[in-house]
Design a protein around this ligand. Structure first.
Ligand SMILES: [Zn+2]
Length: 171
């Protein structure tokens, strides 16, 4: 869907590396394959994440050529989401601890400098509800909610490929 307003410019840059240098499946070194950029809106500003994505280079391995993204990515935001987990947590606390309405939460986030539209506030409150309802032991549900990792990886790869090709993609 076309974006109505221009995405805010990042005022911080963070590079995320994989902690695990070896393939979790076969133990061979994974090569650093490409960078994947994500822009995340957080309570402390707009952060451009550069993810150093690796792949297993062992052709005999089941995980050969599968992408391996930096582990800490999940600390920043849900896959495919542009708002940080801190924004989701803050919106959720205003909703459920202070019983604020969506327009009030929208105003509070704007006052904190988060560029967000009211509809996105409703969306992040939905994500908050989902996160809250998922029990820590409900692994399948967490995985489903986080989206199929392969889908996310494929999408990231596709985005990288198209941006390398110089295409201008809307989102
Ligand atoms: Zn491997």
């Amino acid at each position: 869907m076309a974006r109505k307003t221009k995405a805010p410019q990042a005022n911080q840059k963070v590079v995320l590396e994989c902690i695990q240098p070896k393939c979790p499946n076969c133990g061979h070194s994974m090569w650093s394959d490409y960078d994947n950029d994500r822009t995340i809106r957080t309570l402390s500003g707009v952060v451009q994440l550069t993810l150093k994505v690796r792949r297993c280079a062992n052709q005999q391995c089941e995980s050969y050529h599968q992408v391996y993204r930096p582990e800490v990515e999940g600390k920043w935001a849900l896959p495919g989401h542009e708002f940080g987990l801190d924004v989701i947590a803050y919106a959720g606390s205003l909703r459920y601890q202070e019983h604020r309405s969506v327009p009030q939460i929208h105003r509070a986030l704007r006052q904190k400098g988060v560029s967000i539209c009211q509809r996105s506030v409703s969306n992040i409150l939905d994500r908050y509800d989902e996160l809250l309802s998922v029990s820590v032991t409900d692994k399948n549900r967490i995985e489903k909610m986080l989206g199929s990792q392969q889908q996310v990886k494929k999408r990231a790869r596709w985005t990288t490929t198209t941006s390398r090709a110089g295409s201008v993609m809307g989102d």
